[in-house]
Design a protein around this ligand. Sequence first.
Ligand code: BGC
Length: 766
Amino acid sequence: MKPLSIFLLSLLFGASSVWAQQKRTNSSPDQKMNAFISSLMSKMTLDEKIGQLNLLTGGEATTGSVVSTDVERKIKSGQVGGMFSFTTPQKIRKAQEIAVKQSRLKIPIIFGQDVIHGYKTTFPIPLALSSTWNMAMIEKTARVAAIEASADGLNWTFSPMVDISRDPRWGRISEGSGEDTYLGSQIARAMVKGYQGDDLSRYNTIMACVKHFALYGAAEAGRDYNTTDMSLDRMYNEYLPPYKAALDAGAGSIMTSFNDINGVPATANKWLMTDLLRKEWGFKGFVVTDYTAVNELIDHGLGDLQKVSALSLNAGVDMDMVGEGFLTTLKKSVAQGKVKQQRIDEACRLILEAKYKLGLFEDPFRYCNEERAKTEILKPEHLQFAREVAAESFVLLKNENHTLPLKKTGTIALIGPLANTGSNMPGTWSVNSDLVNTRSLLEGLQAYVGQDAKILHSLGANLISDAAYQERATMFGRNIPRDNRPEAEVIGEAVALAKTADVVIAALGESSEMSGEASSRTDLEIPDVQKRLLQALLKTGKPLVLVLFTGRPLALKWEDEHVPAILNVWFGGTETANAIPDVLFGAINPSGKLTATFPQNVGQVPLYYAHKNTGRPLAEGKWFTKFRSNYLDVSNDPLYPFGYGLSYTSFTYGHLKLDKTSFKPGETITISIEVKNTGTMTGKEVVQLYIRDLEGSATRPVKELKNFQKISLKPGEAKTVSFKITEDDLKFYNSALKFVAEPGDFNVFVGGNSRDVTTGKFTLIK
Ligand code: BGC
């Protein structure tokens, strides 16, 4: 069809009809899309093109002080390309109707939301989810989230968050997959596949938005939104791969980060958005800013709104979230020659392409199916799955003398500020969770034991002794009641209760809002008053299990020394309260493994397993030697290393077998090891493979995860686990940023965590 006839038809029938005409031609899908968009853009005014670059919020959940206003009028006048934080098919249909019936060119709106770890069926926080090391499970959580979100009118999610973080002070470590590049990349891929499936235009798939590009997880001092300054070696080898993995998996969009990167904030960083993202990586989707990130460039010190908007667009940003800097200044910048119209065209085209791929031109109401909203959200099978995922995300940190699993008999005292709060269970960034109806652990436990055991409950302590701090830590309806009586009285009451019980479950740790955005901490311990409660409870001499709620690695040195059993349950989502008893009473054997190192104290941070050796490493087994790289007051060891997590059963590892001791590019080397369940319960084990490049043109980490397998073994059962290593697994970015494997010797390590491993050696020959 000729452009002129497309143009005439579109005048007669509007954009959707042109699409229908286009469908009948025989050109490739890309050609059809391009022709359709070219035709549409030929009719657009500069204002309408700029309008497509504008993303407004519907205000259901906001993370900044600015909230969009006058939205209806803006939609009518073609000034809105996308909306977010606005849900339900009814509301979205209404807004979409205004766009496709009352705006001049009838261009549909894309509707986004922070669907981070599930939608209404909320899964564990991402840090917890990563602790499952179960890629099929993780992908399915994103699939379920896409089904529910799309049933509620949405077609775009601001997820996956793939920021590597090695700093537990940073509250947003809870939103990512931990410290490791390889694991983080696998998870990024799984999430994108789960959200997008293989056809974005399906009614139940949604577009992913990888965030936060880039290096947000390395904010200095763990303080949110803070500066990042990083070498290219570290960027390319450690922090960038998960973003790239998500894009290679087909993610349709990417979000800029708030932070400064080596002197230029990400949102204005042309090297990042154009040289790296477009030219080097070949990304074809669109770039959206984070919430008012363009406006924040003013405070970064880059100029006034007109200047920073032009800077950001010219750097390669396509869509402006909430701040309306693009909407209000770009036309003037074009007139003054500060921005080329061609760059606006490019950005507009990328956003229209995304809408086309989502099928919105064909049917703008594809995701507005009121019937689906009633039947596909919070389905029993979604909830059942969420319960399994939650249980699989828990990490058993300590279990002295088989304190766990518990027996479903006698009297159980459930004590602590996290015991009776349903609203904290979903965890941070769960804006679609039903906080009112989510079960508390107390309710879950009572339902689980029924008449078989007696449950006693007492608050025991406030979350934090400082009331103002507790208020900051329980925002957005995540309440925890306060008891204003003297501390000794509140603790005393709990101790009296504990004395009458057979076993004590202490539900302690952080509230859900103590991690997440703008929730950084400088103290990584369980809050003061809760520790005093724990000490008092231990003094009763009753068997005690610490059920630990946290969104970050905590410093648990004292607890590790004194508490017989510690089950880290993070924030497990909607089904937390049902999943905890599943594990406490042994219906499910815990199999989660940490994806972020737990330090001994905050002073060791950043502490991560894949560190460099230094020229003065401490000899193995030592904890202090003068003139070596160490501290006077604490050893270099973590409290719980990366990859660590116990089971109710035990596993032993046999000898490491290598099918050859040297290999050439193009060949593979097979590493195998026998793993045996030597305990009495069926259990799952994550068998982890690490390597170390022993000599090269650049320094390399002392260990790097390169593969893993999660296996299940019955009591007494043994399995041989095999891994293949190829030259590709040994590649890294050298100082010239070439991705190469250098010949020489390598160590290979296999084990159930990054510390306790069996070691072998091989050589790459070239
Ligand atoms: C967060 C993003 C989020 C956005 C939209 C920001 O404050 O940094 O992760 O996607 O808000 O809600």
